[in-house]
Design a protein around this ligand. Structure first.
Ligand code: C2O
Ligand code: CU
Length: 545
């Protein structure tokens, strides 16, 4: 049974049911154990098996135009943004958020909302220990919030969901009307509202890592990101640079994201409120998440990349709203183990980890090295998605060229200094239940409210956080990184290694993580990174003091 069929079956079970009835239906079918469409058995004891084959959560939104042939256009690598100025250990960047037009599907021009007017936005290459100031201007018709995902960022620049950046030129009464949409009448007196331009300051006091930035607007993150508001932010450091890893043109970030298209080539998305100004959320059929039927890599549908017979570092990011992927190379090179993982969400692993397949949830990053010299010149290799079907079962294509000349890169046995956290390091234990109650997505029975704190932790300490779910929820913490300690009472899974900021929690799972809080104080959020769930209030505050 395939991923997309599961998506459709999910919708079949929930479609047309009101929001309040939806939850009961879903919980009922999860309990009955029949709703996962062949994802093995759901139930006590059978869960590990189910875990391995659980595809994704959501409903497939079908494109209304013929899908062009796959693998006909080259991969684009987002341009690297140059600082407008560099002085005194601070690099200042200018970034304008605006509409733009680009060819995602062959033969169609599609309007996006982009950082720099493109999807993905430009890549920022930051250096650990050097502050980056991103002077961001908003030329869109809606407010935005920029969040650096995985960044260890002071609250004023973290992109709290109500810290809106209103459009340039917003004045008077329109300021008030834009200030707090999507809050169901609630106000947030602590919101830091800016108009036109805001400086986001990132101290980069963290190790080398593949981060990304994206919109985080209260109630409208999902449609804003779907329209293109996302980009890479790569932190480098001297220790990483000293490693003999592939670099330069052989260090390639790959932003994988599914989308759907209307008949006119525009992006389709089932918003309740198509102005994206008043009422958050999606129409009933899509409450569990929106799955596109076109797979984009760096904004191009099913691209190809010509590679040398050499090692490449591929920084995999799942920037999809709801889709999970099970990535593999097809064919595998002789002997398998094509995907050598060197990094996770928040930095390099202690030592490389070899995979045949990688399951990647929304917002997760897997930094991998692929050695294409294990293939023959002329081989054509497809990056496949075992959780998709037909077109969504394919992501991109690699065309293996001739000799690389000399490739003096390697994957060293030791990648980074790494401190393994222990249970005894935790000064507090907290449990958070990510569940649907009365048809609403909640954390510990509570919908997001900026005034309510689910936890107050001490800066610089380590805590044990337990996440429980009824359904599939990839859970993300701002500001803090963590290590997975247990999954369903057993050892972490094969995709849990390293410092993480997002952990994929599958239906009815329990995951324990050890969170190391940084030396920062203030208000932060943690939330489900299924963006439809997030917009529909599956988010909570924590405070660092
Ligand atoms: Cu990637 Cu709070 O988000
Ligand atoms: Cu969720």
């Amino acid at each position: 049974m395939t991923g997309d069929v599961t998506g459709d079956m999910t919708s079949g079970l929930t479609g047309g049911i009101t929001a309040r009835g939806r939850g009961l239906t879903r919980r009922g079918f999860l309990r009955a154990g029949g709703g996962l469409a062949g994802a093995a058995v759901v139930g006590v004891g059978g869960f590990e098996l189910a875990t391995r084959s659980y595809p994704q959560t959501g409903t497939l939104l079908r494109s209304q135009l013929p899908i062009p042939p796959l693998f006909t256009r080259p991969l684009k690598v987002p341009e690297v943004l140059q600082p407008a100025s560099s002085a005194g250990g601070v690099d200042t960047y200018d970034l304008v958020i605006r509409p733009g037009t680009q060819e995602m599907l062959t033969g169609h021009q599609t309007e996006v909302w982009g950082f720099g007017g493109t999807f993905p936005g430009p890549t920022i290459r930051a250096v650990s220990g050097r502050t980056a100031v991103v002077r961001t201007s908003n030329e869109l018709p809606v407010p935005i919030v920029a969040h650096l995902h995985g960044g260890v960022t002071p609250p004023a620049s973290d992109g709290y969901p109500t810290d809106l950046l209103l459009p340039l030129g917003t004045t008077g009464s329109s300021t008030a009307s834009m200030a707090m949409p999507g809050m169901g009448g609630k106000q947030d007196p602590a919101a830091r509202i800016a108009t036109g331009t805001r400086d986001y300051t990132y101290p980069n006091t963290q190790a080398a890592a593949t981060l990304w930035y994206h919109d985080h607007r209260m109630g409208f993150t999902a449609p804003d990101v779907w329209r293109g508001l996302a980009g890479f932010y790569l932190v480098g450091d001297p220790a990483e640079q000293a490693l003999p890893l592939p670099s330069g043109p052989r260090d390639i970030p790959l932003m994988i994201a599914d989308r759907s298209f209307a008949a006119d080539g525009s992006l389709a998305y089932p918003s309740v409120d198509t102005t994206l100004m008043e009422t958050p959320g999606v129409t009933n059929d899509y409450m569990n998440g929106v799955l596109g039927d076109v797979i984009l890599v760096n904004g191009v549908a099913w691209p190809y990349l010509e590679v040398d017979r050499a090692r490449y570092r591929l920084r995999l990011l799942n920037a999809s709203n709801a889709r999970r992927y099970q990535l593999a190379l097809s064919p595998q090179p002789p002997g398998g183990g094509a995907l050598v993982q060197i990094g996770s969400d928040a930095g390099l692993l202690a030592a490389p980890l070899t995979h045949d397949t990688i399951e990647i949830a929304q917002a997760e990053r897997f930094d991998v090295v692929v050695d294409f010299s294990r293939y023959k010149a002329g081989d054509v290799v497809i990056l496949t998605n075992g959780f998709g079907a037909g077109n969504t079962g394919k992501v991109m294509q690699f065309r293996v060229g001739g000799s690389a000349g000399t490739d003096d890169t390697s994957v060293p046995r030791t990648l980074a200094a790494y401190q393994t956290l222990r249970r005894s390091d935790a000064v507090a234990t907290r449990t958070f239940d990510f569940a649907d109650e009365d048809g609403l997505w909640k954390v510990n029975g509570q919908e997001f409210d900026p005034a309510v704190f689910a936890a107050t932790a001490k800066a610089g300490t380590t805590e044990l956080w337990r996440f429980l779910t009824d359904f599939h929820h990839p859970i993300h913490l701002h500001a803090a990184h963590f290590q997975v300690l247990t999954r369903n009472g057993a050892a972490p899974g094969p995709y849990d290694a390293g410092w993480k900021d997002t952990v994929d929690v599958l239906p009815t799972e329990a995951v324990e993580v050890l969170v190391r809080f940084p030396q920062l104080t203030g208000r932060y959020v943690f939330h489900c990174h299924n963006l439809e769930h997030e917009d529909m209030a599956m988010m909570a505050n924590f405070r660092l003091e």
